[in-house]
Design a binder for this molecule. Structure first.
Ligand code: ADP
Ligand code: MG
Length: 376
């Protein structure tokens, strides 16, 4: 049975529709991440699940029970916000105990559960301190502890790491993942950060302008984006996407790249010409799927000789900008390949890694395969 289900959930602010009818089933124990750009409706959806925002239409069920009309405290959920909102005059212990106290749990029970959560989060030595005597990462853990002592049906996290600096964010992110693997629990986690989504989620829900664009495992979202929006939103740098002309010649199909190169399509992609009658398609290739010709043993792959316009060294790898006609084509290469700005670099396109999208709707026409897959 699904722990949390949304059926045609809608939200209007006045006459303005913000969430346009979301359907989603979340299983018990699943870690689901809502990801999307700022303003796409992630927090609104979360707040409707929590009961902090009225649902304009549709149904929210938790543990098989419709909760539309239940106040937040009766929904068996616990929430962690972006600002941890700890009580400044209460100790860490009292902050964590607060939710149990207002539910009139026995004191012994409160002590035991706070001690247990504190140990899991490694904050036992901080229980007597006030929040002002804690670092950002420690406060964040107290906020999580406050949610954990409750053992709710569903945990809701709304961008809980966004106030932490980059290093701490990575540490706490890894801690959250380990914690979930150890303790279980159903989690809905909101973030605008695709790396956070990829690393934490069992399943990712990609939202755009109040609609679900795709639901899938991190691998599915990354390797089989159903829409150009998903392709553009994942990966760093994201997928290269540009419009190309389609050329049809007696059963053969090719596309013309922005520098004028004609790229014949492999058998697997030939279907493109059947799938669309359009004169153009959106061509997509991930930066890591541009292969230096010195590194490939596939002489039959189309090779482009392109001017290097910028090199961004990242230590373990280099991000290299290449002029493909007017398009700024971005490649990612191992550190032993660091071309000089202004020189030319020969890159081969692995045909099975190419993606194609409909230029009008953005829907995927052909999915690329991961470079190391054996699928043909
Ligand atoms: P996200 O969390 O994805 O950044 P939100 O859910 O906070 O996005 O907001 C989604 C949209 O709803 C935004 O366009 C925002 O301006 C609008 N919105 C949020 N709260 C209100 C409100 N109380 N009144 C009117 N519009 C709102
Ligand atoms: Mg938000």
């Amino acid at each position: 049975m699904s722990e949390l289900s949304l059926r045609q959930v809608k939200k209007n602010y006045g006459s303005v529709p913000i969430i346009h009818g979301v359907d989603l089933e979340i299983n018990s124990g699943e870690f689901v991440v809502f990801v999307g750009p700022s303003g796409c409706g992630k927090s609104t959806l979360m707040r409707m699940i929590a009961g902090l925002e009225e649902i304009s239409d549709g149904e929210v069920s938790i543990g098989g029970k419709i909760v539309n009309d239940l106040p937040p405290r009766d929904r068996d959920i616990a929430m962690v916000f972006q600002d941890y909102a700890l009580y400044p005059n209460k100790s860490v212990f009292e902050n964590m105990a607060f939710g149990l106290r207002i539910r009139k749990s026995p004191l012994e029970d409160i002590r035991r559960r706070v001690a247990q959560a504190a140990e899991t989060l490694q904050i036992t030595h901080l229980l007597d301190r006030l929040p002002k005597a804690l670092s950002g990462g420690q406060r964040q853990r107290v906020a999580m502890g406050r949610a954990m002592v409750r053992k709710p049906k569903v945990f809701l996290f709304d961008e809980p790491l966004s106030n932490l600096d980059a290093l701490l964010r990575n540490q706490v992110r890894a801690e959250i993942k380990k914690l979930h693997q150890r303790e279980g629990g159903t989690v809905v986690y909101v973030t605008h950060d695709q790396v956070e989504a990829m690393t934490l989620a069992d399943r990712i829900v990609v939202l755009q302008a109040g609609r679900i664009i795709q639901v899938g495992t991190p691998d599915e979202i990354y390797h089989q984006p159903k829409h150009r929006f998903v392709a553009e939103f994942t990966g760093s740098p994201p997928m290269n996407l540009f419009e190309v002309k389609v050329v049809r010649k007696e059963g053969d199909c090719a596309v013309v790249l922005p520098d004028g190169t004609e790229l014949p399509l492999a058998a697997a992609q030939d279907a493109l010409c059947l799938k669309t009658s359009s004169d153009t398609v959106v061509f997509g290739i991930r930066p890591e799927n541009l292969v230096s010709t010195s590194e490939t043993s596939h002489p039959q792959w189309k090779t482009l000789s392109l001017e290097v316009t910028l090199v961004e060294p990242l230590g373990a790898e280099n991000v290299v900008h290449l002029a493909l006609g007017d398009y700024d084509l971005i490649g990612r290469f191992q550190n032993d390949l660091r071309p000089v700005q202004g020189s030319r670099l020969n890159v081969a396109l692995n045909p099975k890694t190419l993606h194609f999208f409909d230029p009008a709707t953005g829907q995927a026409l052909i999915h690329g395969q991961p470079a190391n897959s054996t699928a043909q």
